[in-house]
Design a protein around this ligand. Structure first.
Ligand code: SF4
Ligand code: FES
Length: 242
């Protein structure tokens, strides 16, 4: 349309508004760019690198890079897909993502993006970390073995719940999620079932209690449609009754 600012994504013109990132404009236009740490409801974080695209030949993260008039963006290429598969594999081996035994299977974004990119056998050795499970809260369980450090719960608690209950501590392989409470346990924090932070975890790290297997495996969110068809927000919700 005349007067509209656009950039070209894989050959298609995408309209954008001032202040949009490439991800904002692409999702609004119904174009899927694989992502894990991005949720349009929160400040972009740019940490998982799954959304890397090429802008005029240079790799940038689509969730943080501003859309620019006339730029050429590549999202769909063999090289980017291979790179995304490698990053996903690293997430799988670094945590204990044993899908058949995880309550989030079928509604897990990590699993869904892995399917979308065609990730199959792992090329890296499993770490099999032994991290704790925090079952101290009456309404939620945190399995630290599955945390991918996306900071979605951190941002949800800070930006929406206004509680600032979560943060990431440590560096590199020692990075881990910590809870702000006198004991470090979720049950001694101000966390509540109604918190936004309860509903944004893209993997099975923060799991609500009392709802396990309400929706049978095979009928869950990504069992019914691939991640690129789900839309930009639904995929973050823990519920799959959509
Ligand atoms: Fe992300 Fe979930 Fe870990 Fe929070 S608990 S940082 S939402 S993976
Ligand atoms: Fe862009 Fe994670 S979605 S870096």
């Amino acid at each position: 349309m005349s007067g509209e600012k656009t950039f070209i994504l894989d050959g298609k013109p995408i309209a954008f508004e001032d202040g949009d990132t490439i991800m904002d404009a692409a999702l609004r236009a119904g174009e899927y760019i694989p992502h894990l740490c991005h949720n349009p409801e929160f400040t972009p974080h740019g940490s998982c690198r799954i959304c890397m695209v090429e802008v005029d030949g240079r790799q940038v993260s689509a969730c943080t890079f501003p859309a620019a008039e006339g730029s050429g963006v590549v999202n769909d290429s063999d090289q980017l897909t291979a790179q995304r598969r490698s990053l996903l594999q690293m997430l799988f081996v670094e945590g204990n993502h044993i899908c058949p035994g995880c309550e989030k299977s079928g509604a897990c974004q990590l699993q869904a993006v892995a399917y979308y990119t065609g990730m199959l056998a792992l090329d890296f050795t499993h770490f099999f970390p032994r991290r704790s499970v925090d079952a101290s809260h009456p309404d939620a369980v945190i399995d630290f073995n599955r945390c991918i450090l996306c900071e979605l719960c951190v941002r949800a608690s800070r930006e929406v719940d206004k509680k600032n209950l979560f943060s990431i501590s440590g560096r590199g392989i020692n990075s881990h999620l910590v809870i702000d409470s006198p004991t470090g346990k979720l049950g001694d924090s101000a966390f509540a079932a109604t918190d936004k932070a309860m509903h944004v975890c893209p993997v099975g790290a923060i799991l609500p209690r009392h709802t396990a297997y309400n929706t049978p495996v095979g009928k869950r969110l990504y069992d019914r449609q691939p991640v690129n068809m789900v839309g930009d927000v639904a995929g973050y919700e823990e519920t799959d009754e959509r």
